[in-house]
Ligand binder design. Structure first.
Ligand code: SF4
Ligand code: SF4
Length: 449
């Protein structure tokens, strides 16, 4: 191993895509499906010898820490079949050193999961991410199969198998034009009907270039579009706006903060709290720098990030270069540092920069009010959300500093809510009456009398 690799990070995330971009669904907003074009003629199946190389190198690269995360993603990874994953676990167990343990994760659309899959995932303690965008009507707006039909029923069936087997899972919910404005409803669906205890919210921002014309929904399907790359300063009509994103987060927060603190983990709220406390937030998007969440294609090609699987961000191939060298390369270090070093002045002087850190570089394609390029498209939403949660975050951070439970915050809200008039403005800032907005769903308002 080279000197450079010796100075490499002790831990990093690599999302492996054993089927490349191939998926059994045809979600209208999926930026990744078009990446099939990067590998013309490929069978899109990770070869057995590459699987071994990948697992071995990943474990070697984590030799200085007790835990290594083996993460599968797609496309749709379950298309590889269960035997592929059985082999991956066997290989991991063979290569793990004494005292080292593997954490297995898989991100799936859930449609192919059956009781056999569920039993396997449970047996090996997989953490399973299920993509679900809300109740049927909202989920089926874009998450459709190859025939254009909604996938809601199959997803719920797959999820049912996971729950029956006791598999640990989290909901990965994208926010887009169809479910924007319905944050509270989406959250209640995830919590009450899906029984989700971990929720990740991901904004859909599909960039298009001026040359793609005036139509803001230029492609019905990825098959009609060119290779998706992070270029263009316009977005499709499926994308969420910054204001809608901020409102969605606030809606979810107002629901969560009254009954679910300590019970339901909404990733972004945890991340915000970590930044308020001054600890590493655990999510690249709101970290000062990034570059430790890379992607591995079915061929062994390694890219700087899952969102930058495009030729100019290909770092190399694990068949030729040890992945630790690629992760520690000057190019990748620069990629990660650029997140901080390219922030416009508007961000550098922002009062919530410590919580936001300018968001993900892939979304930095608008101008600041004074005309500087490189501002995040979601800025207005980020500002609205981080300002809105300032007081509760400070409270929870203070609780943690004194070794007390952040869930105490719910009592503060309950006391304030008890003194709130039914016709008062709602605390979420929607301008609606409390009784018609979040007041309608608080435990006190819901109780008889
Ligand atoms: S480019 Fe964005 S998604 Fe990729 S590692 Fe950096 S912050 Fe994370
Ligand atoms: S809220 Fe806006 S200005 Fe502030 S750091 Fe985030 S993107 Fe930059």
């Amino acid at each position: 191993m080279s000197a450079r690799a010796r100075h490499s990070p002790t831990s990093f995330h690599l999302l492996a895509k054993p089927t490349g971009a191939v998926c059994n669904l045809d979600c209208a907003y999926c930026f990744f499906l078009s990446k099939e074009m990067l590998y013309p003629g490929s069978r899109f199946r990770m070869a057995d010898d590459l699987l071994e190389t990948y697992v071995r190198q990943l474990i070697e690269a984590h030799s200085r820490v007790p835990e290594v995360t083996i993460a599968w993603q797609g496309g749709e990874p379950t298309l590889m079949g269960l035997d592929f994953f059985r082999r991956s676990v066997e290989l991991a167990e063979r290569h793990l050193r004494p005292g080292q343990r593997a954490v297995y994760t898989i991100q799936t659309n859930g449609t192919l999961l059956d009781p056999e899959w569920a039993a396997f995932l449970r047996e090996h303690g997989f953490l399973v991410g299920i993509s679900i965008d809300g109740p049927r009507e909202l989920h089926d707006a874009y998450r459709v199969n190859k025939g254009g039909k909604g996938s809601f029923d199959q997803v719920m069936q797959g999820l049912g198998h996971l729950r029956e087997a006791g598999v640990e899972w989290n909901a990965l919910t994208t926010i887009h034009a169809a479910n924007a404005g319905r944050g509270g409803e989406v959250y209640r669906f995830l919590r009450d009907e899906c029984r989700a205890r971990f929720v990740q919210l991901i904004p859909i921002i599909e960039r298009v270039a001026e040359a793609d014309g005036e139509d803001t929904v230029p492609w019905a399907s990825w098959r009609d579009r060119p290779l998706y790359v992070q270029e263009g300063d316009r977005v499709t009509g499926r994308s969420v706006t910054a204001e809608q994103y901020g409102r969605f987060l606030i809606d979810v927060f107002e629901e969560w903060v009254r009954r679910d603190v300590g019970e339901v983990y909404v990733q972004l709220f945890d991340v915000a709290l970590a930044n308020w406390v001054g600890e590493p937030p655990g999510l690249c998007v709101h970290s000062e720098t990034c570059g430790l969440a890379l992607a591995l294609e079915h061929t062994g090609d390694v890219y700087s990030c899952d969102h930058f699987v495009e030729p100019r961000f290909r770092l190399g191939n694990v068949r030729e270069t040890h992945m630790l060298e690629l992760v520690a390369s000057q190019r990748q270090r620069r990629f990660g540092l650029d997140k901080r070093d390219t922030l416009p002045r508007y961000c550098r002087e922002c009062d919530v920069r410590f919580a936001c850190h300018g968001g993900c570089p892939k979304d930095r394609f608008v101008r600041t009010p004074d005309g500087e390029p490189g501002l995040n498209y979601l800025c207005a939403g980020y500002k609205a959300f981080f300002h809105h949660v300032e007081r509760p975050m400070r409270f929870m951070a203070e609780q943690l500093r004194h070794g007390r439970a952040p869930a105490e915050l719910m009592r503060v809200y309950a006391t304030e809510d008890a003194h709130r008039g039914r016709n008062d403005h709602c605390t979420c800032g929607s301008g609606r009456k409390w009784k018609h907005c979040h007041g309608a769903h608080t435990p006190t308002m819901a109780s008889p009398g």
